[in-house]
Design a protein around this ligand. Structure first.
Ligand SMILES: NC(=O)C1=CN([C@@H]2O[C@H](COP(=O)(O)OP(=O)(O)OC[C@H]3O[C@@H](n4cnc5c(N)ncnc54)[C@H](O)[C@@H]3O)[C@@H](O)[C@H]2O)[C@@H](O)CC1
Ligand SMILES: Nc1ncnc2c1ncn2[C@@H]1O[C@H](COP(=O)(O)OP(=O)(O)O)[C@@H](O)[C@H]1O
Ligand SMILES: [K+]
Length: 477
């Protein structure tokens, strides 16, 4: 479940060869691995057409064809842009032919139930050349089920860009690991269902998908003798006269995700609305940054606050305090984080990240992973770049992608609840990296649970009040 850029894959291939694993063997593993994944989906009577390109992606297609032929499937191998050029693909073609198997002529009149896109992989450069674009357009109009090897042809490997005629796959078999474009926009929409094929090399990327088993392993286990102060007191600075609800929704997130004691710094008017929704919280109406680290374990600031000079001055002073800080919504602005030791977590959605970086939202969506990582490393903080495929970038250049969640979450207020969950999470976890990833994962898992029985339109942020108990239990047991 790791991620690799095209450059990393090329370096891995080279290193594997130096270590004694030939590219021929890797291609064999790739073709065989895809064959094993594809077999349960294929009906023996179905016609399969393998479109192989001139590079090593085409070589994987040759190997796959051999396995399907060995198995007696109805399969044709064609080279619509010409014969392979790379030495490894040629070696596999020679072996394929020595087995007595043939290459067929490509024609736009060919009919198939399945088309395998082995045209371009990580060696592709956009845009597609015209002859190739005609073939990918034909694939998309063919009505066949489409499975792509490594990535759909016409999709960039490392960015979200796609060619106008990019293959729209139903399944994609990513070799060794995901390529970043599987989680970027608009490219991810061309992948269909993605799975990773193990080709026999050790995983060593700093980026991976955060999975169920990671959550189960790292979610804090109940310890015996706890009391309300075991996990310290958390401070939520949120809510204003105009936006009291944001603070209430963040409080629900914190209280339902393990906070022992919660203080909310807000206005008196907002407290009258928050109080009945979160009666466990205490209030502070005149919070000062000085001394915060002595009283509180961690601080979240921003939901329901309007960014202004007074808030900015307060945050500057707060950043001098040796306490973990989560910055969200109104607390997100361009600033310097000079050499802070205690952790900072920022939780922008793409619009807010655009404000922080000066980059356009469309560009951010195309490069969510690299931009978030760059910002995290340059500023020495953690970035939770929200939205589908939330990116969690750590200051050491590593990170994780979260796959839980759905469009039911695309509602005002769900981000506030996440901020509260993060506040609780960093107090209860041993590892701050896992704390952040688990809060994001569980937040999305609540929405996945919701849509099992309810319409996605109907989810409201305050529903987390009853979703969190069930989902926390599910991952704790
Ligand atoms: N470690 C791994 O992951 C392994 C990867 N292998 C496969 O090798 C692939 C990479 O192979 P290559 O580096 O040969 O690259 P590709 O197979 O992606 O193809 C590159 C070829 O396509 C041409 N091309 C590039 N962009 C084009 C465009 N826009 N229009 C038309 N033609 C274009 C190039 O001129 C070049 O001839 C991977 O994607 C994967 O399928 C496996 O075979 C073995 C191990
Ligand atoms: N389509 C989606 N798939 C997965 N998660 C989503 C989707 N849309 C929104 N979310 C999640 O919902 C939350 C919305 O947060 P945000 O935009 O900050 O809302 P608000 O500020 O109104 O609370 C984020 O956690 C985001 O990742
Ligand atoms: K491909």
């Amino acid at each position: 479940m790791h991620l690799y850029t095209s450059q990393q894959i090329k370096a891995i291939d080279k290193r594997a060869e130096q270590m004694g694993m030939s590219l021929f063997a890797l291609m064999e593993n790739a073709g065989n691995g895809i064959y094993r994944k594809l077999m349960p989906l294929l009906n023996k009577s179905e016609k399969v057409l393998i479109l192989a390109g001139k590079g090593n992606n085409g070589g994987d297609g040759i190997v796959l064809t051999r396995y399907l032929k060995n198995n007696g499937n109805h399969v044709k191998l064609v080279f619509p842009t010409g014969e392979p050029k790379t030495p490894t693909a040629l070696e596999h073609l020679a072996f394929y032919q020595a087995c007595g198997y043939e290459v067929s002529e490509f024609s736009f009149d060919l009919k198939a139930d399945w088309v395998i896109d082995a045209l371009l992989g990580v060696g592709s450069q956009l845009p597609l050349r015209e002859n190739l674009a005609q073939i990918t357009a034909w694939i998309n109009q063919s009505g066949a089920k489409v499975a792509a090897i490594d990535l759909p042809t016409g999709v960039s490997s490392d960015e979200g860009d796609i060619d106008e005629y990019a293959v729209q796959a139903d399944y994609t078999y990513a070799l060794h690991g995901f390529k970043p474009s599987a989680f970027l926009f608009p490219s991810s929409q061309n992948y269909g269902e993605v799975s990773v094929i193990d080709i026999g090399i050790r995983q060593d990327s700093g980026w991976r998908v955060w999975r169920d088993e990671d959550v189960r392993k790292t979610l804090p286990k109940p310890t015996g003798n706890t009391h309300k102060g075991t996990f310290g007191t958390n401070l939520l600075i949120a809510g204003s006269d105009e936006m009291p609800g944001s603070a209430a929704l963040a409080a629900i997130g914190a209280l339902r995700f393990g906070t022992g004691k919660l203080t909310i710094a807000t206005t008196k008017h907002a407290s009258t609305i928050i109080g009945p929704l979160a009666p466990e919280a205490t209030f502070s109406f005149d919070v000062k940054s000085a001394g915060i680290a002595d009283q509180y374990l961690s601080v979240a600031i921003g939901p329901g606050l309007n960014p202004d000079d007074e808030l900015e001055t307060f945050i500057k002073d707060l950043l001098d305090q040796p306490v973990a800080i989560i910055l969200d919504a109104g607390a997100l602005s361009q600033r310097k984080y000079n050499d802070r030791q205690a952790p900072v977590i920022i939780t922008p959605h793409p619009g807010e990240f655009s404000r922080l970086t000066g980059k356009r939202s469309v560009e951010i969506q195309k490069n969510r992973i690299s931009f978030a990582s760059q910002y995290a490393v340059e500023n020495g903080l953690m970035v939770v770049l929200k939205g589908k495929y939330t990116v969690i970038a750590y200051p050491d250049g590593t990170g994780v992608i979260n796959l839980t969640g759905n469009r039911a979450l695309s509602k005002g207020g769900t981000g506030d609840t996440l901020t509260g969950m993060l506040l609780a999470s960093i107090g209860t976890h041993q590892s701050i990296k896992a704390a952040v990833a688990n809060a994001v994962f569980i937040h999305g898992a609540c929405a996945n649970d919701w849509v099992k029985e309810n319409g996605d339109q109907a989810l409201s942020a305050h529903d987390f009040d009853r979703l969190l108990p069930k989902i926390c239990r599910h991952y704790s047991s």
